[in-house]
Design a protein around this ligand. Structure first.
Ligand SMILES: Cc1ncc(COP(=O)(O)O)c(C=O)c1O
Length: 342
């Protein structure tokens, strides 16, 4: 996480739980004090770079926080849009970020984006918090992995340390559901959060924590372990990417990025074809993440984005699934084109 150990709180198995609890604390009880609780200010809004991670959106939905879409670019969220929204609307209290190998686009935020995010605390209303979910911080697929700039250093340069809270977990390192999750934050934010935790838990599973420290005693062990994941994942990503290029390179039937880390390939169909593609694929026996899941409220305004997650199936299964997938994209595109003519 690139922070001093004293800034880290090690929790249970799920960073999503920590994010939910942090959001609940900020909303209901206030991270600074009761007066800082977001609920005191009426309507609360959150910026959501899209496409993004569906479970971030369900946290906001559960707490009645209104989500505002901002497009992702190849360098991170569209920061011009983020800054002008924040200047215009004081009810915006935070923003979701997956800064490295973003779920699902695989984008790594550029240094400039990290710096501009660290400056948001200067233009946003009081008690604004960036939820910096670095879920894929060491999940590189290549030896020359892109480096993410330190958000902590950037906030220190800008005097905005309280405006960013970082999260991570070993869910995609050891085992989802039985890993270890982390939150890193300023002393003030951690104090507010611990006050909340104190009211609802005696403590996390320490036996699991020591299992993890024994299995991954240092950074070398961690990176060697991640190298083994990369060896498993690379052929799966290659199968997805070669299936897509063979079918769509030089056509306007789809657009995608080639991620160098993380767990996903994000694919955009032509407008109004994603739902139908997913439906057709399911009919043919290939189960995909529901179309729309990568947008707040499950609503992709252009019905284009599909998240492809090839980590679980075997390589031959991915190859077969991609044949089905590209056929369904083509079929959905043809059906959509015919419908628009008639
Ligand atoms: C961006 C992101 N954050 C958080 C999580 C969930 O992590 P955890 O298992 O630690 O709750 C995921 C899992 O898919 C994810 O993609």
């Amino acid at each position: 996480m690139g922070v001093e150990p004293a800034s880290v709180l090690v929790g249970g198995s799920s960073s999503l739980t920590l994010m939910f609890q942090m959001m609940l604390t900020a909303y209901q009880f206030g991270l600074k004090d009761a007066a800082s609780a977001w609920k005191n200010e009426g309507e609360v809004k959150f910026i959501c770079p899209v496409p993004g991670y569906d479970r971030h959106y369900t946290v906001c939905e559960q707490l009645g926080i209104k989500m505002i879409n901002v497009p992702m670019t190849s360098t991170g969220p569209d920061m011009d849009a983020v800054e002008s929204l924040l200047k215009a609307d004081k009810s915006i209290k935070g923003m979701w970020c997956v800064p490295k190998y973003s779920n699902p686009t695989g984008v790594v935020y550029s240094d400039e984006t990290v710096e501009r995010i660290a400056k948001l605390g200067q233009i946003a209303s009081a008690n604004f918090r960036v939820f910096w979910d670095n879920a894929y911080s060491v999940h590189d697929l290549t030896a020359n992995a892109p480096q993410l700039a330190s958000i902590l250093d950037a906030t220190r340069r800008n005097g905005t340390e309280d405006s960013v809270v970082q999260f991570a977990s070993t869910s995609k390192i050891t085992h989802a559901g039985s890993g270890v999750a982390f939150v890193a934050a300023s002393a003030a934010n951690l104090a507010g959060f611990k006050k909340f935790l104190n009211s609802c838990t005696i403590g996390p599973d320490k036996v699991n924590q020591i299992r993890h420290t024994r299995f991954l005693p240092n950074k070398e062990a961690l990176m060697a372990h991640m190298g083994k994941h990369a060896a498993l994942l690379n052929p799966r990503f290659d199968a997805v990417l070669s299936g897509l290029s063979k079918a769509f390179e030089g056509t306007d039937l789809g657009a995608w990025e080639k991620p160098v880390g993380g767990y996903f390939v994000s694919f955009d169909t032509r407008k109004n074809c994603a739902k139908e593609t997913v439906r057709l694929a399911a009919e043919a026996g290939v189960k995909l993440t529901p179309a729309g899941a990568t947008y707040p409220y499950g609503k992709d305004p252009e019905d284009r984005n599909i998240r492809i997650a090839p980590s679980v199936p075997t390589v031959p299964e991915v190859v077969g699934a991609m044949e089905v997938f590209v056929t369904c994209v083509k079929l959905a595109s043809v059906k959509q084109q015919l419908a628009s003519i008639s």
